[in-house]
Each structure stands twice: as C-alpha cells, then as structure tokens.
Design a binder for this molecule. Structure first.
Ligand code: NAI
Ligand code: A1CAB
Length: 290
C-alpha cells in the first residue's frame, strides 16, 4: 500500500491535533483517512468534522478501526489514561506516535505491552501551514516500514529530523515551544510600534514581514545569525542603539535561560507517566502545577 493511502487516528482533538489535521488535508490526504476523538466536548469534534471533513467519534474503538498510525495528541498529564484506553483496540502492526512533551518511549511501551511500533515526535504548530520542523525517534522495536510511514506523515507537514531520544527535551524547548518565543518578540515589537504612533495594521504588516524576511535570510543565505545581525548593524546607528539596550537588559541570557528551563520542564513531565498508574500521575501533576 502506498504511503499516500496511510490512515491516521488522532487521540485528542486539541490545538496540536488541529494543526496536524490542517496540514495533512492541505497536503492532499483524504479527509476520510483521518479519524479524531476527544475526551469530551462533542462540539469540538463537530467543528473539526465540519472544517476538514475528517471522521470523528467519541468512541475510541471507532476511530482506531482501520488506522495504520495512531497519534497520541493529549497533554502529558492525560497520556497514561489515554494509552490505557487505546491499548485494547490496537493491532500489533499499528504505529503509535506520541507528540507529547516529556513522555518517553519506554513509558509508552509499559502502557502498550506487545506494541512494537512506537515513535516519539515533536512537531510544532506550523504544521498547520506545512512549515513545521518535527523531530522523530523510533523505539528499537519499531520496524523500518512503520517508521517510514510515520516519517512520511510528518514530512507532509514540514521537514523532519531523526534524533536520539536523549535530545528530545532540548528539541521540545527549541522548536516545539520555539514559535511562542518568536510571537512574544513580535508582541513586544508591536507594543513599541504603538508607543511610536504607528497604526496597528501597518505595524503588523511591517513586523510580520520583518520576521518572515529574517527567517528566509537565515534559511537561504547560509550565513550565521551573528553575521546577518552584523549586516544590519551600522556603527553608531539605530540598530546598534537597540542591541545595546537588549544586551544591557540581558535579552540573550534571558532567552538561554528560558530555553533551558523549558528543557528541564520537559524532563520533569516524564514523571507523569511513571510506573504507578494514572491516579498517582494525577497527584504528581497537581503537585507539579500541570
Ligand atoms: N500546542 C503545541 O504547540 C504543541 C503541543 N505538543 C504536545 O501535544 C499535546 C497536545 O497539546 P495541545 O493540543 O496543545 O493540548 P490541548 O489541550 O489543546 O489538546 C489536548 C486534547 O486532548 C483531549 N484528551 C485528553 N485526554 C483524552 C483522552 N483520554 N482521550 C481522548 N482525548 C483526550 C482533550 O480533551 C484535549 O482536547 C501535548 O502533549 C503537547 O505537549 C507538541 C508540540 C507542540
Ligand atoms: O508547552 C508545551 O508544553 C507544549 C510542548 C511544546 C509546545 N507546547
């Protein structure tokens, strides 16, 4: 069977699930090849069915029926329960992919005994526009064919890289959470533009164009960010004045610390699917503020 005939079930109909669905539909996957379920909120399922034409059901057995790839798109705190709920309905040939921060392959394997084709993925919300970067890591038991199918799916919504699982906390902090850092920067730029009296629409067009242009420069010139920054920064000019303030206020150090903190949080989230069952996981989650 061709990769393009791949059938997918998504467990969890939240923000990340919708970004994946939107990207897959845009890439030409048949809407009826995608099935989605959610914990509660039929309204949300109706919305996704209406918007994308995908199949939806509250019943897990119904959405898992015929799926070659199952994408677990629930919060880390809900993963133990969700894995236990899907386990009875999975055939041994099905690939199960978690996109959750922190949840390790070994923890998935414990909840899905006899399920060899386990994959961990960290996409980001740009999958909605097929511009995600997704890191992938297969369990040692995953067959090359099952992994290829999963990689094909994530290739449809952007680019993929294969990394060792030990890199996942860093990857999550960098590219999983990363879009939010850029949005925060743009929010601050827009506030400054308003202070300076620019109309909101003009400021948004200029700020967005600036971020997209800078991203394209990074992608296409092959120059380092430091060199590209130097090209903008005239001696004693406006950029130098701005960068001096950002350095004085420790912006680079703050970003480094933030990314490190995100990675540490990803490592902490692993405890949510430990050995002692969902009830204990919930208690730990409450203690951890999840
Ligand atoms: N939002 C993002 O930018 C990214 C999120 N992720 C990961 O994706 C996962 C989902 O995140 P979001 O979509 O942002 O969260 P969300 O809260 O928007 O969606 C999670 C959905 O899962 C559903 N759910 C919970 N337990 C369930 C169960 N047992 N069965 C069926 N559905 C269940 C909830 O009702 C909710 O609709 C998280 O683990 C997160 O770490 C990964 C990369 C980026
Ligand atoms: O904030 C989070 O935990 C998730 C994982 C990466 C992006 N969002």
């Amino acid at each position: 069977m061709a990769q393009s005939d791949t059938t997918v079930a998504l467990i969890g109909a939240g923000k990340m699930a919708e970004c994946l669905i939107a990207g897959w539909i845009e890439a030409g996957l048949a809407p009826q090849a995608i099935a989605v379920t959610n914990r509660r909120n039929d309204q949300r399922l109706a919305e996704l069915a209406d918007r994308y034409g995908v199949r939806t059901a509250r019943d897990k057995a119904a959405v898992l029926q015929g799926a070659q790839v199952v994408v677990m798109a629930v919060k880390p705190v809900d993963m133990a329960t969700a894995l236990e709920q899907v386990a009875p309905h999975l055939g041994a040939e099905v690939a199960v992919v978690s996109v959750a921060a922190g949840i390790r392959l070994e923890a998935m394997a414990r909840r899905l005994p006899g399920q060899p084709h386990l994959v961990r993925a960290m996409p980001n919300t740009a999958s909605r526009l097929r511009q995600a970067v997704t890191a992938l890591c297969a369990a040692p038991t995953c067959s090359p064919a099952a992994f290829d199918r999963v990689r094909w799916l994530f290739d449809q919504v952007g680019t993929t890289v294969e990394v060792g699982e030990e890199a996942f906390d860093a990857v999550t902090a960098l590219s999983g959470s990363g879009p939010a850092y850029v949005y925060l920067l743009v929010e601050a730029m827009l506030e400054a533009a308003r202070d300076l009296g620019l109309p909101d629409g003009v400021a948004r067009d200029l700020a967005v164009g600036t971020v997209v242009g800078a991203g394209s420069m990074l992608r296409h010139t092959g120059l380092s960010p430091a060199e590209l920054r130097r090209q903008v920064t005239s001696p004693n000019g406006t950029t130098a004045a701005a960068i001096a303030v950002l350095e004085e206020m420790a912006m680079p150090a703050a970003v480094r610390r933030a990314v490190n903190r995100a990675a540490a949080r990803s490592a902490e989230l692993a405890a949510l699917v430990a050995d002692d069952g969902p009830d204990h996981a919930r208690a730990r989650a409450a203690a951890m503020g999840s």
